[in-house]
Every structure is written in structure tokens, then in C-alpha cells.
Design a protein around this ligand. Structure first.
Ligand SMILES: [Zn+2]
Length: 349
């Protein structure tokens, strides 16, 4: 980015800081409690009470990724031979059902908050076992804080825990309690840009907007892998959500870790290195963009709510996208969760 861009972003930063100060003063004066998820400035800084709205993710059909892996480690306490596939497969469903039965819960084979609560046992330094591994996957793999999965609550795990509790506004206890577990399971993650066929392109929001729910990240990576196998090309990822969600500049949505913007595919295949690409311009590759849309749908069966992109050549079949104002130079994907409270993210029946 050029100097003028840097200057303007610095200026924007200063304006934001002023706006935040005004907001804080105003809120303090009125004594109004602003929910953490609403104001992006409140979310930006560490110490916000993220744990207040963090909820355990449901895990069921089509889910995959780090949260499923965390859950599988926890399930191993009762099903020691469970495969660590990071995918909600048949054996995971059976292990969940078994855990539910044992706990006297309704047997659904899908994990909900009650089951997570049951499995996520409190932990302290020096302990070892399956739950410690689950913790280490969350801190190491999901948050990327260099914690190795050793199975022992060691010094590295301990310092990462300290950092997490500070970031999400939890009192530092040195222990993993139910609030900490809830935050860990709820927490968004970032794509493995280096290890996958995904590359990052930045908008005004920069790398701050590279977070999404762990299933969305896994679906994106899988779609990119499918697409790469067919075409040898990479997929350029723009904004997802912010680390803790909430409003984000330039978007009416993207607040819940359930959305992504991607660049269309270019005929020269350089969507990662060359800037934007508009379907109305020469150099746009309809055939491969359709393949990308298909891969996105294949990777997340029944969990893609819609894909917005304005090329009228992509209106039908598995490679279909729908019209939405402004979506000429990027594809917007919204994934869904069955029974989600908000109709914005609820899967259509
Ligand atoms: Zn979007």
C-alpha cells in the first residue's frame, strides 16, 4: 500500500480513537451497557468481556475442522479409540451418542452446549490427558500460539492460557474453567494460508478480518483443495470476520464468522498476485470461477446458504451464484447453521 494509503489509515485510526473516546464518555455518562458485539472499537481491544456472549458451537453433519478435533479429543475420555479425523463422521456421531447416553441426556448424536459442558472438564497446570490435548489444540492450532499437543499442561500451555484469559476479559485464574472452555470452543480461527491453496488479499480491514468459525475455515480450505486439484490454481480470500466478530467497515454483514469474500478467477490464474477482477472485464475466467463455486458447495454440503456474484453466466446448477448489488469483483459466500437463532445464518429447509 502507498504512502497516501498509510497516511489515510493512520488518520482513520486517529478518528476512530476520538470516536471511541466520545462513545465511552457518552456511555459512561448515560450508564448504558453496550453489548460487546455491537461496537467494533470495544471489541478491538483486549480485555473486553467476550466470554459473556461466547457460546459452545453445535457440531453435527458436515461440520469439520478444529472444533471437531477439539471435541474428538474430549470424547476420547469415554471412547479412547475414536479417530481424530477432524470431521464429523460416523464414529464421531456414535461417540457423541454414547456420551449423551452415559450422561442421561437425549441421544441425538450431535453435540450441543450441554454436551460440551459435560465433556470440558476443569484443568490446571500439571494435569495430563485427553482434555489437556483438546486445550492444546485450541490454543495451538486454532489460535496459532505455538502450543504443542503434548498431553501435559505445561509452561507453554500455561502462558497461552494467560494470554487468552486476558484477551477475552476473563479474570486470570491459571485454570481452565467452564467460561474459558466456552470461549476456546467458540473462538474463531484463521485459514492456513501457507499450508493450503488459499492466499490472502487485503481490503481496508487488513489481516484483522481473517477470522471465521472453525467449520467455515475448514470448508474454505477444503474447497480450495478441491479446486486446486482440478485447476492447479489458488483461491484469493479477502474479508472474513474480525477476531471476535462484530461490525466491520465496508460490510453490512461479516459479523459472525460465517461469511467470506473471494476473488473471481482470472484467465491468467493470477488472482493471488494481481488485484481485483471484474466479471465484465477481459481477463475474467467464467469456467474456473464456476468450478470454484461448485467446489465451495461440494466442500460444505447443505451448509452454503448462498453465494453472491453478478456474472449472469453463473445462474444455475451447482456452480450457481445470485445477483447482489456491488458483487461484480468478488464472490460473497454465506454459510449456515441449522436452527441458528438469526435467519441470516439459518439453513433453509
Ligand atoms: Zn461479503
Amino acid at each position: 500500500m502507498g504512502t497516501s494509503g498509510e497516511r489515510s489509515s493512520r488518520l482513520t485510526g486517529r478518528l476512530r480513537a476520538i470516536a471511541l473516546t466520545l462513545l465511552v464518555v457518552q456511555v459512561a455518562a448515560l450508564g448504558i451497557a453496550v453489548p460487546a458485539v455491537e461496537g467494533r472499537q470495544r471489541i478491538r481491544s483486549a480485555g473486553m468481556e467476550i466470554w459473556r456472549y461466547a457460546a459452545y458451537p453445535r457440531v453435527g453433519p458436515t461440520d469439520r475442522g478444529t472444533n471437531v478435533l477439539i471435541l474428538q479429543h474430549l470424547l476420547r475420555a469415554g471412547s479412547p479409540k475414536l479417530d481424530l479425523s477432524s470431521t464429523y463422521d460416523r464414529s464421531t456421531r456414535l461417540a457423541i451418542a454414547q456420551a449423551q447416553k452415559k450422561a442421561g441426556m437425549r441421544v441425538t448424536g450431535r453435540a450441543d452446549g450441554r454436551l460440551w459442558d459435560r465433556l470440558a472438564v476443569p484443568l490446571r497446570r500439571g494435569e495430563s490427558g485427553h482434555a489437556v490435548r483438546a486445550l492444546q489444540v485450541a490454543l495451538g492450532e486454532k489460535l496459532g500460539w505455538g502450543v504443542k499437543v503434548t498431553g501435559t499442561f505445561d509452561k507453554r500451555t500455561f502462558s497461552a492460557l494467560r494470554r487468552l484469559q486476558r484477551d477475552v476479559g476473563l479474570r486470570w485464574t491459571g485454570r481452565v474453567d467452564d467460561r474459558t472452555w466456552r470461549v476456546l470452543a467458540w473462538h474463531y480461527e484463521r485459514p492456513a494460508f501457507g499450508r493450503s491453496s488459499l492466499c490472502d488479499y487485503s481490503t481496508v480491514n487488513g489481516p484483522e478480518a481473517n477470522w471465521a468459525t472453525s467449520s467455515v475455515i475448514a470448508w474454505l480450505e477444503r474447497a480450495a483443495a478441491i479446486f486446486h486439484r482440478r485447476t492447479g490454481l489458488s483461491v484469493a480470500v479477502g474479508d472474513l470476520s474480525r477476531r471476535f466478530g462484530g461490525r466491520i467497515p465496508g460490510h453490512g454483514t461479516h459479523g459472525r464468522g460465517m461469511e467470506a469474500d473471494l476473488r473471481p478467477i482470472r484467465a491468467d490464474g493470477r488472482q493471488c498476485s494481481v488485484g481485483g477482477n471484474d466479471w465484465r472485464e477481459r481477463g475474467y475466467d467464467r469456467r474456473n470461477t464456476r468450478l470454484l463455486v461448485r467446489a465451495l458447495r461440494t466442500a460444505a454440503r447443505n451448509r452454503v446458504l448462498f453465494i453472491a456474484f453478478n456474472d449472469p453466466g453463473l445462474r444455475s446448477g451447482k456452480g450457481r451464484a445470485r445477483f447482489a448489488p456491488g458483487h461484480n469483483d468478488h464472490l460473497h459466500i454465506t454459510w449456515c447453521i441449522p436452527g441458528h437463532r438469526s435467519s441470516l445464518y439459518r439453513c433453509a429447509r
